[in-house]
Design a protein around this ligand. Structure first.
Ligand SMILES: Cc1cc2nc3c(=O)[nH]c(=O)nc-3n(C[C@H](O)[C@H](O)[C@H](O)COP(=O)(O)O)c2cc1C
Length: 280
């Protein structure tokens, strides 16, 4: 890989010999931790976090208090299906055989809780309390927001919902069948017409960049990767079909979710539904 840094003046020879660095090379090179830049990073013990960091950590979720809501069934009441972790991990696959059947609200509740729900809390210094989640997160800043385009879930009207993490409930952003809108957003992928719901995950970039600067963008992607794997494993445990895709129009997804595409932007899409054949 070229070692040309964006803010350096490369020697003439290297300009002639090597192709210009790609955007990703420039970004990666310029967000490496280096002894010279390490002093700008907040690598400080948690007992010493600043009030601004602690505030960001204790409020790491978005809420829409004025929207209609659907309470998700409490997680304690949802029975486990008895599959071992070994079985779940070894059988995890991207499944593309959606049965276009209704899913239970219990199943949606379980998937959301197991992938990004609150699973604990800690008290930090200066009297702040921080919720901990089922996915790890750089600096405990949890930059992801989850939206669900519901087509067929028992007891939930079709529409596009936002997952309110602390209340474990869905907030109705856009009522009505989301199928055709999602079909456009997902570049015409037919899975939209068969999935029971479609998960969209956004990254609230500032939540992480506030603390980590430009390098924080890497952490947002890493966090969403962890969250995505949790969704996959949860769906596998429930014997549901899931398939993620990078094939979506970013701006169309942002417009649909009413995101500006800068501070918060769509980053991940997955289709979820019943499997046509359980042995696949
Ligand atoms: C970031 C990402 C994007 C993906 N996009 C697509 C996609 O657009 N279409 C598709 O059929 N599969 C997609 N997949 C699924 C991969 O093809 C799949 O994970 C891979 O072939 C390995 O198969 P497995 O998940 O069944 O083990 C994607 C996976 C990831 C992680």
């Amino acid at each position: 890989m070229s070692k040309i840094r964006a803010n350096s003046i490369p020697a003439l020879e290297s300009q002639l010999d090597t192709p210009p660095p790609s955007l990703s090379e420039l970004y990666h090179e310029n967000t490496k931790i280096h002894p010279l830049t390490a002093k700008d990073l907040k690598m400080i013990p948690s007992s010493d976090y600043s009030t601004a960091d602690l505030q960001a950590m204790s409020r790491a979720y978005k809420q829409y208090p004025s929207l209609p809501r659907v309470k998700l069934p409490p997680i304690e009441n949802i029975t486990q299906n008895g599959r071992t972790f070994d079985e779940v991990v070894s059988s995890r696959r991207s499944q593309r055989d959606f049965a276009d059947l209704e899913l239970d609200l219990d199943e949606l509740s379980k998937i959301l809780h197991q992938s990004y729900g609150i699973t604990g809390e800690i008290s930090t210094n200066k009297g702040f309390r921080q919720d901990l989640r089922s996915a790890p997160s750089g600096g405990g800043l949890y930059p992801a927001e989850i939206y669900i385009a519901v087509r067929r879930v028992t007891g939930v009207a079709p529409g596009i919902y936002h997952y309110n993490v602390p209340n474990h409930e869905l907030e109705l952003l856009i009522p009505g069948d989301p199928t055709e809108k999602m079909h456009e957003v997902c570049c015409g992928q037919e899975y939209v017409h068969q999935a029971s719901f479609i998960i969209l995950i956004s990254g609230v970039l500032e939540r992480t960049k506030l603390k980590y600067g430009e390098r924080g963008y890497r952490y947002v992607l890493l966090d969403i990767g962890h969250l995505g794997q949790n969704i996959y494993l949860s769906c596998t445990a429930l014997q549901l079909a899931i398939m993620t895709t990078c094939g979506f129009f970013d701006d169309e997804a942002n417009k649909l979710l009413r995101l500006d595409g800068v501070d918060e932007t769509a980053m991940y899409v997955a289709f979820v539904g019943k499997r046509q054949a359980l042995n696949k």
